[in-house]
Design a protein around this ligand. Sequence first.
Ligand SMILES: Cc1ncc(COP(=O)(O)O)c(C=O)c1O
Length: 408
Amino acid sequence: MPLTQVHAIGAASRLENVRYAIRDLACVADEVIKQGHKVLPLNVGDPLNFDFKTPPHIIEAAYKAMRDGKNGYAPSDGIPQALEAIRGEAARKGIASVRDVFVTSGVSETVDLCISALVNDGENILTPKPDYPLYSAVLCKLGIALNTYDLNEDDGWQPELADIQRKITPRTRAIVLINPNNPTGSLCSREMLEQIAELARRHNLVVFSDEIYDKLILDGSPEVPTPHIAFAAVAPDVPCITFGGMSKNYLVPGWRIGWGIASGDAAVIKPYIDGIHRLLRARLCANHPEQYAIKPALEGPQDHLVEVRRKLRSRRDLTQKWCESTPRISCVKPRGAFYAFPRIDIPESDEVFVKELIRQKHVMVVHGSGFGQKPGTQHFRIVFLPDEQTLMKAYAGIAEFIRERYGS
Ligand SMILES: Cc1ncc(COP(=O)(O)O)c(C=O)c1O
């Protein structure tokens, strides 16, 4: 009789706080789907779930690479033509002090790798609250205590500078900026970037500037949006890794292509870049054939972006109008990306609100507590990617739910 193990195999205890509310809600939705209902998904930021299509020339480039046999391992930092195109993109963003660029399997890997290569036990990095939950998940995975700074809802969700200042300790190594922001849709002002740069200089910090939504600016017109301000363009001397990728701007989230642009004083940032490259080599390479689409994406026609911004502006405006006219809800107007983060005045937690909303009205949004928020406040995140008709149906369901459950 072979010996059979009887003890359950426990997961590492440092994973206890790893949460990804956006996908964790799927269990509740599954219950509803099993009962035969269709769920309106305003929860996942994947444009391909809706009426957005990948530009054909980008697909052709990846397909050609596969046909041409580019199916082996790639160089660890990325194929040369992609690296050159990313350097070109950095120049267009106004980043003059580029010291290195590298390709990753999505910005998700850039985040993991750049944090892992920097932070020692007992050190911390400042992340925004609310934040995109990947940051806290990576920190939990590494056993690093969270150190969050507030985004100020009363100031259009700008980072709260005084809170950042208060939270910097001798063991703080970096500040994360998400600009345009997920989940609030806010954009950092130039003055704010300058002030954060000043803090980074004073405390010898790295800045991680997540700019994955930089071409999805909804201010200005769809043809000529208000220019996005890259942190590294404002502060060329400050050690910075700018995160960018194909998922959102080029409508290929499933390809898993992202990158990092390292900038700052060459001598200051060099040891850190060497560390990043050690990890890049250890994980072999990013997806290979898809890298052949980076240059055509960044340097080819950008027409799809006009169409994407046109749709997003119309859906943002509809969302904002609904927020303004619905009792118990208020919302800072989103200026970029495709998220709104309305505040809701209810006598129970936003997690209960969201779960009951799925069960009763089959509309799926994500609770604010899944992103972190100021104590005593409640929010939910809307992904306004669906077409106007779907959004209106979802918003009617939410308004009805609020009326029935809480009164007006
Ligand atoms: C702010 C932010 N950073 C990073 C990511 C991850 O992007 P990727 O698909 O490139 O891994 C997302 C995805 O939603 C995001 O919203």
